[in-house]
Design a protein around this ligand. Structure first.
Ligand code: ZN
Length: 407
């Protein structure tokens, strides 16, 4: 992933399109603000008042709108002597996740604890080695527990002079109001379909028709659009999810559909974690010198087995999080289907996200009314809430498919 980001940057440079903010899709207003803040930061470093720069930022935006990418680009711009040229060592290091003065936090589990947060606050307080800024890029900061949030609040209240906090959450409400009020907020919008298509065609070399389909299907989620455009199996799974509503013709079909939906989400999660897990185990074993001989070996083996256990724990937590995300992706695909049904029922002229299942859309639209469609969307949202509250996903999905059937 990190290597890919680096590659994307050098592509930009080669194609004559430089600058770290170029990678943000359809976010012109945000880019303008961040550029202004970057100039102000330069002024600050030069001993000026640096008006327009501040030490705590909250990046919010719907899933896939690129809030972490925006924070990362801003971090690069702050560390770059030319304000984010995209070509220098500092830019490359920040984008690749290897810059010494940028601390990257990406919670692997569902929560982020207070001990780790205190450690982070301590690390963040030290002076930058580069002489520019010490930056903490905290993705999914909403996963911080209450105690962790309080530890974070102290850091944001009494910042070290050169430390900059970049927190990312889906919405501002996901953050303690006391933290939120001390941050400058940057809100990303859902990028327009045309901007996503453009990105897929230019950066991923996707065929324009395929790119358009993927962009519509992903409803502005850039990451999801990229996945649908480049991974035929992901397209296949989505297509099966969208086929579910039309198949719900009895209790047996509802139970079967829930089981299948669960299976599809599990398959998606497995595809997402398998490669990562294996690579990490291999890296860890290599780091502990597997296969070497000599005096240190017994000690190294003990160290390695402890580290391996830690890694397995961490991977388990990550798997849980990825599974949650994939259930959510499948359920949001279903929501998109019923939103399209509603549009057809109301005669609204909008871009259909489930256009590939137009026959099903019209059949379901004819067989029911808008009120029933709204109830069905509610049933899917309730299923998401139940899964978030730890109800077994398959059971929550069975209740949902039954509600979808009853309308
Ligand atoms: Zn640069």
């Amino acid at each position: 992933m990190q290597r890919q980001r680096g590659a994307a940057v050098s592509e930009q440079v080669e194609s004559g399109q430089t600058g770290v903010f170029e990678a943000l899709v359809g976010q012109e207003a945000v880019v303008e603000r961040l550029r202004a803040a970057t100039r102000a930061a330069g002024d600050l470093l030069a001993g000026g008042p640096g008006e327009g720069m501040t030490h705590a930022w909250l990046f919010t935006g719907p899933p896939g709108s690129g809030r972490s990418e925006a924070a990362r680009a801003f971090a690069a711009a702050l560390q770059c002597p030319s304000g984010g040229c995209g070509a220098c060592g500092a830019c490359h290091q920040v984008l690749a996740g290897t810059h010494a003065d940028v601390l990257y936090v990406r919670p692997s589990g569902l929560t982020f604890g207070v001990d780790k947060t205190r450690e982070l606050v301590l690390q963040a307080a030290s002076r930058p080695t580069s002489g520019r800024f010490r930056i903490v890029l905290f993705e999914d900061a909403d996963r911080a527990t209450e105690a962790a949030s309080n530890a974070l609040l102290k850091a944001v209240e009494e910042p070290s002079p050169r430390t900059v906090w970049l927190l990312c959450t889906p919405t501002a409400e996901d953050m303690l109001v006391t933290i939120r009020s001390r941050c400058r907020q940057v809100t990303l919008r859902t990028p327009p379909t045309s901007a996503v298509v453009d990105l897929l065609v230019r950066r991923e070399n996707v065929d324009p028709e395929q790119a358009a389909q993927a962009a519509r299907a992903a409803s502005g989620n850039v990451e999801r659009a990229r996945q649908l455009a480049t991974d035929p199996e992901a397209r296949e799974r989505r297509s099966e999810v969208l086929g579910i509503p039309a198949r719900l013709d009895g209790t047996g079909a509802c139970v079967a559909a829930a089981a299948r939906l669960y299976e599809l989400a599990e398959a998606e999660a497995k595809a997402a974690t398998a490669g990562l897990d294996e690579q990490e185990r291999a890296d860890l074993k290599a780091a502990f010198g597997e296969g070497s001989t000599g005096k240190g070996v017994a000690k190294a083996v003990r160290g390695a087995s402890g580290a391996l256990k830690d890694l397995e724990e961490q991977q388990k937590r990550r798997a849980t999080r990825i599974k949650r995300d994939t259930y959510d992706t499948a359920l949001m695909d279903l929501v998109a289907f019923y939103r399209d049904v509603l549009a057809v029922q109301l005669g609204a002229r909008v871009e259909l996200s489930a256009a590939s299942h137009e026959g099903d859309l019209h059949r379901v639209a004819r067989a029911s009314g808008p009120e029933s469609t709204l109830r069905r969307i509610d049933a899917i949202m309730l299923c998401r809430e139940r899964i978030a509250a730890n109800v077994h996903p398959q059971i929550a999905m069975e209740a949902m498919t039954a509600a979808l059937y009853q309308g």
